[in-house]
Design a protein around this ligand. Structure first.
Ligand SMILES: Nc1ncnc2c1ncn2[C@@H]1O[C@H](COP(=O)(O)OP(=O)(O)OP(=O)(O)O)[C@@H](O)[C@H]1O
Ligand SMILES: [Mg+2]
Length: 392
């Protein structure tokens, strides 16, 4: 029986557990104490992690690897990437490569690597303190300010002019190192690729919708996205160049970029499970389980022939005005819609809704599936019009 070490599970990583069960592997997971209890009956062994830092995950993963002697290791989310890559490297197991993992964890390192590789991206400056980049930013307004290692758009903001920059310095001066970038424009996409020994086995393009400036919180994803032939070629070239620049070996890659008038500009890249239920959207669209495929690759198992898209899927991530929730309307109607696969609202009357500043502030999720892009778009419109969370 093969043995899999899964680092991190949380809630949204549960499909990895189900896939491991289906594949008949012995499953050892690393989780925090808070999450471990709920996994007790689902996995063979748990090593408890003492914190949430890269260091804590690696400490626990190393300990687990010693006893589990795994045949494969999978990182669930961003904080688990480095620990998994280190373990894979130590044991000679398939993995993204140490270089890919280090770059995945740090957007400023990505920028430096991609600049050297000639890959399209916004002009950038790493500021030890936000105030240090004031003059640089003043010549390039608007700019985007962001942490080096975060996710869910937390701490990402557009700064439109020098006065706003001074205000941001006032507010965020104590945050330490930040990345300041020229704000580029153009529709945004993500590229999800399953990669084995540096070669793309299956890649997909997803159209990303956000709230836009200043906080760019993701509100919808549509996959399989269509772009014209010219753009399709640019995307394929970009994907190949990014994999090469990262020294990507084996695993899943989630690349985000904008198609600017001057060509694709990378927003960021990560070698871990994409969020916002994208894995489920991809599973429905391609008729293969992407979690299971990630595990198969980690264990060095054979893969079926690469799939082609069967249908279109989307996720809609509703938000609400800040205030106290008065009413949730339309959920039953949305659930009854033929294109809706799943819908949930995670606030109830009386709950407080804070201003939308990151992914964590959204109030639910709806997954949709349709035979073609037009039907999917109509369904998305209906869902948006029907599902309402009103606040006072
Ligand atoms: N230089 C830029 N120009 C224009 N838009 C940008 C720029 N940098 C970031 N953004 C916008 O902000 C969003 C979040 O930025 P980024 O992906 O770097 O942060 P994140 O916290 O990792 O986000 P997430 O985890 O939600 O993908 C991007 O998806 C994009 O819409
Ligand atoms: Mg991002």
């Amino acid at each position: 029986m093969q043995r899999l070490l899964l680092i991190g599970v949380g809630l949204t990583g549960r499909p990895y557990v189900a896939a491991a069960r289906r594949l008949g592997v012995r499953l050892h997971v690393v989780e925090t104490e808070a999450n471990a209890a709920a996994l007790a009956d689902l996995v063979d062994e748990i090593t408890v992690c003492r914190g949430m830092s890269d260091e804590a995950w690696y400490e626990a993963a190393s300990d687990a690897a010693r006893t589990a002697r795994p045949d494969g290791v999978v990182a669930f989310s961003e904080p688990h990437v480095l620990a998994a890559a280190l373990v894979a490297d130590e044991l000679g197991l398939p993995g993204p490569s140490l270089k890919s993992a280090v770059l995945s964890r740090n957007k400023a390192l990505q920028r430096a690597r991609f600049a050297a590789a000639g890959i399209g991206q916004p002009e950038f400056l790493v500021a030890e303190r936000l105030a240090d980049a004031r003059d640089w930013a003043a010549e390039r307004m608007p700019v985007v300010v962001k942490p080096l290692s975060s996710a869910g758009s937390a701490g990402v903001e557009l700064v439109a002019d020098p006065a706003a920059y001074d205000e941001a310095v006032e507010r965020r001066g104590g945050e330490g190192k930040l990345l300041v970038e020229r704000a580029v424009t153009g529709p945004e996409y993500s590229w999800e690729a399953l990669v084995r020994e540096g070669k793309v086995w299956c890649a997909n393009l997803t159209a990303k919708e956000t709230t836009g400036p200043p906080y760019f919180v993701e509100t919808a994803h549509r996959t399989v996205a269509e772009v014209d032939g010219e753009a399709r070629d640019r995307v394929a070239e970009l994907g190949a160049a990014v994999l090469d620049a990262m020294g990507m070996d084996t695993g899943i890659v989630h690349l985000e970029f904008r198609l600017t008038p001057g060509g694709p500009a990378v927003m960021e890249v990560a070698v871990r499970t994409p969020g916002d239920r994208l894995m489920d959207l991809l599973g429905m669209a391609y008729g293969i389980d992407w979690y299971e495929t990630v595990i198969r690759m980690a264990l060095g198992r054979e893969l079926p022939p690469p799939p082609t898209a069967l249908c279109r899927t989307a996720s809609y991530l509703p938000s609400a005005h800040p205030g106290t929730v008065a009413e949730v309307q339309g959920l039953a109607e949305v659930l009854a819609h033929p294109a809706v696969v799943e819908a949930e609202v995670n606030v109830a009357p009386g709950d407080a809704v804070a201003p939308l500043r990151s992914s964590a502030g959204r109030v639910g999720q709806v997954l949709l599936k349709a035979s073609d892009a037009k039907t999917l778009e109509a369904a998305l419109d209906e869902v948006r019009g029907t599902l309402r969370v009103t606040t006072r």
